[in-house]
Structures are given as C-alpha cells and as structure tokens.
Design a protein around this ligand. Structure first.
Ligand code: NAD
Length: 386
C-alpha cells in the first residue's frame, strides 16, 4: 500500500471516529433517571466469576452474600443470578470481549458483582471491562481507600468511559513508520463525573475536591476536563477545589506529611486507573480495595486487582486475598440502599484485617486460604449480629 493510501485510509477512519464520538456525546445529554433502590421491589444481582483467581474469590463472595442477604434472598426481594460465558476461553473462541448472550443476561440485572477478567496482551480484543463500562454506560469509577493509622480517608472518582480508553483498540498504524492512539474528553462526560464527585463530597461532609490532570501537556483533552470540573465546582461553593498535575499527585500520595489532607479526587480515566492502584498499595495491597463502576441505569462492583495469572501458574491461587472483592460487596450494598448491611460487613472486615487479625492472608502458602479467611469473616459477622 502506498503512503498516500495509508494516509487516506487513516483520514477516513478518523472522520468515522469523530462522528461516532459526537453521537456518543449527544446521547449523554439525555440520561435515564437514576433508580431508587430503596423503593425497588426486586433487585437482581448478577454474579460473574471471571478468570484466574476470579472463580475462587467469587465462591467466597457468594458465601458472604448469602449470609448478609439471607432474609432478602428468602423473601425474593433480592435474586442472585449467576452469569456464565465471560471466561477468557469463551471470549477468545467467539472473538468477542463480551459475548452477546452474556451481555443480554447482564442487561437483565440491576447490579453486577464481577470477578477479574483476563485481557490478552496485543491483538484487537478489547478488555471486557472497557466493553462493559461503555455498553452499560458505567461512567463513574469510585474507589475508596483508607490508611486509618494516618487518618487518610480518600475517595477517588475516575471518569470511566472516555479518555484514552474509549478508542484504545482503534488507533492508527502505518507499518514501520508510526502508530497513533486517540484520547477523547466530552463536555457531558466530564460534567457527569464531576457532579458525581461533588455530590458525594456534599452528601458525605467532605470539604475538599482535588482535580488531577496533565493539562499543561494534554492541553485540549485535560484542559477541557479541568475547565469543566472548575465550572461544576462553582455549584458547590462550600467545597474547596484545588488542582494538581498527575505526576506531583503521584508523589503526594507517598508523602506522609501531606497525604491525609486530601479527601476526594476527580480524575480522567487513565490517571485514575494508575493512581488508584498506588493508593490501594498504600492501604495494604491491591487485594484490599474495592471498586464501584456506576452509571444511571446499571452498576458493577469488583476487586481492583486482576486475575493474577502468576498465582495460578505457581499453584497458590487458593491463597489469594478475597478482601478486595468483599470491599466491592460493601460498595454494592451501599449502592442498593442497604447501608446497615454494608456497615456490618465493613466492621467485620476491619476486625478481621486490622484490629484482631486472627487469620491472616498473605497471598502465599505461609498465610491462610481465601476460604479460611472467609470462614473468619462470616464467624465475625454472625458474632456481631448475635
Ligand atoms: P493483577 O492484579 O492480576 O496482579 C498484580 C499482582 O498482585 C500480582 O503479583 C498478583 O499475584 C497480586 N494479586 C492480585 N490479586 C491478588 C489477591 N487477591 N491476593 C493476593 N495477591 C494478589 O494484575 P496483572 O498481573 O497486571 O493482570 C493480570 C490480568 O488481569 C491481565 O489480563 C489484566 O488485564 C487483568 N486485569 C483485570 C482487571 C479486572 O477485571 N477488573 C483489573 C486489572 C487487571
């Protein structure tokens, strides 16, 4: 193919991407009404095992759910529905990041509890998470992280549907010369994540929201993200807003002298992805933090870690820490308007992981298995309820 032909092909591809993104942006302006779960008669919780350590941890998550939701499951107010087909083997066989049958079953649920899914490196298959976030329009990725001994109580609001991710599998390549990816920031996409963060701050007594970008370099996309967030901030005059570049914020989080001054973080997709893993590591490891992906109609809750293929290769998968997934259950219970149950689980996890620590998971054979730790959590839950 001649260079001219490559350029023409790239230009027409770019035109199509632009038109699609304008259409996506316009659709966002007519958001569906948010569901009020306190008034919903029946809530369907879809569970997805995922890959690698996923099925092992999800089996334990199911045990915890059955204890916490015993009455609601018995009365039929909550249904737990197992969704199959989201395994790496099935996705590769069908050549789809989320097979159609699985997506249809998912769309019949209200909320999802999901185990980690493997994404093949290279190739064109999109990550299942990216597909789910886009198809279910899960625009807010919310990740709480605490370091109690230092009084750090952070909540990250990561934009979840655009930035580098929305066209991440659709870049341009001119062999042996260049490759080019695209980053997209839309006005309605930024407004809705900014509002979600500020509403959270207002409703939870937080005094400060920190916007994090690299607007000095990514002048268009991060520049407009920053400007739109500051615009929304004006609707919340009681909350202090500050702004940081991602590089210095990454350093701030490992600076014990100032890190406890931050409360709510508002970030575009990629920076949020990276910095929340850093934050989780500071809390005690990626096995300890939960993540909520919420939209107006659907919500998906998961651990922040991946499928840990190396643990499976080394035969230590049974020793994976289920705490991150349990924190995801806590977030899910809050989302479906069951705060007392969420608090009960949170308290039990604090006892088991911080104050009492009678059974310890290390992620290796010198620690407890996920099942043994879950026995301990359930025993603690039941004791607290007795
Ligand atoms: P990973 O999170 O799977 O593993 C990173 C490190 O953390 C490894 O050393 C692993 O052993 C350890 N670890 C992870 N979970 C743990 C747990 N519960 N207990 C103890 N130790 C744990 O990250 P990775 O290796 O970069 O990714 C593996 C696969 O998972 C990739 O295919 C990636 O795309 C996918 N992934 C999926 C999700 C998701 O579905 N939400 C998130 C991240 C990565």
């Amino acid at each position: 193919m001649s260079m001219e032909a490559y350029v023409n092909e790239a230009v027409s591809k770019f035109r199509k991407l632009l038109e699609e993104q304008i259409e996506r942006s316009e659709k966002m302006r007519t958001a569906p009404e948010k569901k009020d779960f306190s008034k919903t008669q029946k809530i369907v919780v879809g569970t997805i095992d995922g890959d690698g350590i996923g099925p092992i941890l999800m089996a334990q998550a199911n045990r915890v759910l059955k204890v916490l939701l015993r009455d609601e499951l018995a009365s039929g107010r909550v249904e737990i529905r197992e969704i199959s087909g989201l395994t790496i083997e099935n996705r590769i066989a069908l050549g789809k990041s989320v097979p159609d049958d699985t997506m249809n079953a998912i769309k019949e649920c209200d909320v999802l509890l999901k185990g980690p899914t493997t994404t093949p490196k290279g190739g064109s298959m999109e990550s299942a998470n990216v597909t789910l976030r886009r198809e279910l329009d899960l625009y807010a990725n919310v990740r709480p992280v605490t370091i109690p001994e230092e009084n750090c109580d952070w909540t990250f609001f990561r934009e979840n549907t655009e930035g580098e991710y929305v066209l991440g599998s659709r870049g341009i390549e001119i062999p042996d010369i260049l490759t080019m990816d695209f980053k997209v920031t839309t006005e309605p996409g930024t407004k809705r994540i900014a509002r979600t963060a500020y509403e959270f701050a207002r409703n939870n007594g937080k005094k400060r929201v920190s916007i994090v970008t690299k607007a000095n370099i990514m002048k268009k996309t991060d520049g407009s993200f920053s400007a739109i967030c500051h615009e929304i901030a004006k609707e919340y005059p009681e909350i202090e807003t500050d702004e940081w570049y991602i590089d210095i914020m990454t350093a701030n989080l490992v600076n014990p002298r100032i890190r406890n001054q931050f409360e709510v973080f508002l970030l575009p997709n990629l920076y949020g992805d990276i910095i929340t893993d850093e934050a989780a590591q500071l809390q005690g490891g990626v096995g300890t933090a939960g993540s909520a992906n919420t939209g107006d109609r659907y919500a998906m809750f998961e651990a922040i870690h991946g499928s840990a293929p190396r643990m499976v290769e080394e035969g230590i998968q049974d020793y994976a820490n289920p705490s991150s997934l349990f924190r995801a259950i806590e977030l899910m219970l809050r989302h479906i308007a069951m705060p007392e149950k969420a608090d009960a689980l949170s308290n039990a996890l604090t006892v088991c992981s911080e104050t009492e620590r009678r059974v310890i998971v290390t992620g290796n054979k010198d620690g407890a298995t996920a099942g043994e730790f879950t026995d301990y959590v359930i025993e603690t839950l039941i004791k607290a309820n007795a």
